[in-house]
Design a protein around this ligand. Sequence first.
Ligand code: PPS
Length: 572
Amino acid sequence: MTMLSNLAPIPELFVSYDSAQKLKAEASDLTSWDLSPRQICDLELLMNGGFNPLKGFLSQADYDNVVENMRLADGTLWPIPITLDVDEAFADKIELGQDIALRDQEGVILGTMTVTDRWTPDKAREAEKVFGADDDAHPAVNYLHNVAGKVYLGGPVVGIQQPVHYDFRARRDTPNELRAYFRKVGWRRIVAFQTRNPLHRAHQELTFRAAKEAQANLLIHPVVGMTKPGDVDHFTRVRCYEAVLDKYPASTTSMSLLNLAMRMAGPREAVWHGLIRANHGCTHFIVGRDHAGPGKNSQGEDFYGPYDAQDLFRKYQDEIGVEMVDFKHMVFVQERAQYEPNDEIVDKDNVTILNISGTELRRRLAEGLEIPEWFSFPEVVAELRKTRPPRSQQGFTVFFTGFSGSGKSTIANALMVKLMEMGGRPVTLLDGDIVRKNLSSELGFSKEHRDLNIRRIGYVASEITKNGGIAICAPIAPYATTRRAVREEIEQFGAFCEVHVATTIEECERRDRKGLYKLAREGKIKEFTGISDPYDVPTDPELSVETENVEVDNCAHQVLLKLESMGLIAAS
Ligand code: PPS
């Protein structure tokens, strides 16, 4: 295995500046695909050599072999499918051999692709093989089934220009820019640290030790593309990283931002991360406990074993071309006032070992509690507090769901008034009927239209939540996947409290306040939820309220108590 990086430039997919200008003009006549945020991340790394040796989005033969064997059709190690997923309508328009333009979300042409392959993947197989289970609790499996298009296109890509980033421009480097930097400063052994979380003292200590052990320089290489839903946003994280960078001995450590869209694929992802770091000129890579772990599956168990990623990486490290440095679990030893690797402490019975888990940190931030100096750096804590004020000062969304006539609007109205009486944050009610009048007046009740309606509500609620307000939504929202998508969108900014108004369909029909059930039974209203259209009963709502023989005031009060227990409103 090469212990010194040769740092020669690696192949990119870009054409020269002059050719790019010509190609860009020609490409404006091509059929265009508007790339999703994840596809933009993938394309950037394809074009700049981060995904070397890939020459484009995977062909079907490469895809099949990657899914089954972690290898391209020619046998090269590659663990994660990099595919261009599109909808069926777009796929039907494309002839094999045709060139298409790949545009970013503002319409800028980033590259072109010659479509050589088009196929409908077996997504359940991809989920099982690549992510270990066909379980939507895995963020990438959820993405695969509920966000990605049905059809994959494959073919070589020609790069015209990098996606434009306006943030932290000086901190972003292509693999060749990093290689050139390492050549310039004379670094030949470089240990990369991959992260999607803020760094605290333990991370600083472990990365510093890893670099010392490997006799290497250190590259902090955080992911700023797409990480796990719910992570701290990258703007905050980069400000935190910049603060931590000052804590390393001068000129031993550098930082560069990686616009990768993570899949949270644990072991396979670790191998992928290693290959990407090899492309960026690194010789060593820190692999931690539960590397790129996706959290719990729908049975509440871990998707992967805590050291599966390390085992798989070790198995392939010669082929990856990067040596693994095991993550040390660092803990703070109070008596010695320093961090030490947990498994190297011999006098455990005589010392006090301190540690704060990620969950505990989030709790302390959420509740505005003290975060001790031994745990993190004051600058990092100050940044985190700015982004994550205590929950009682953050925005949040209460999302009622239930049949028509279940009492959603009535309870939502009562809740709104109670919250306004308490004061502190602006409250907005997005009731089903109000939304259908003001935002969705052109929509009907097909699955597609209902989804669009709920996504619009989710979008508005997420903006309200982001800006520190309270959004109360009260649509039927019959589909679990759409509710989940809304939850994920909102949880980036604040809490989401799903309230199932669990009035039975029989009771709703008996009440029939608007006379709609009668019409639905007579077939005069089609696709009526609960009568002639489905309703996915929430399996895990924050709260379920019964309305039969319960006063509205009491139902609204139950919601208030729930919000209080979630720390969203101060105890009265
Ligand atoms: S959805 O499925 O979430 O988009 O529905 P929503 O926007 O909440 O709108 C539901 C209200 O529209 C009336 N209505 C129907 N409901 C269900 N199915 C059909 N086909 C339908 N047609 C009209 C109904 O009065 C709902 O009002 P609520 O407030 O729920 O009683």
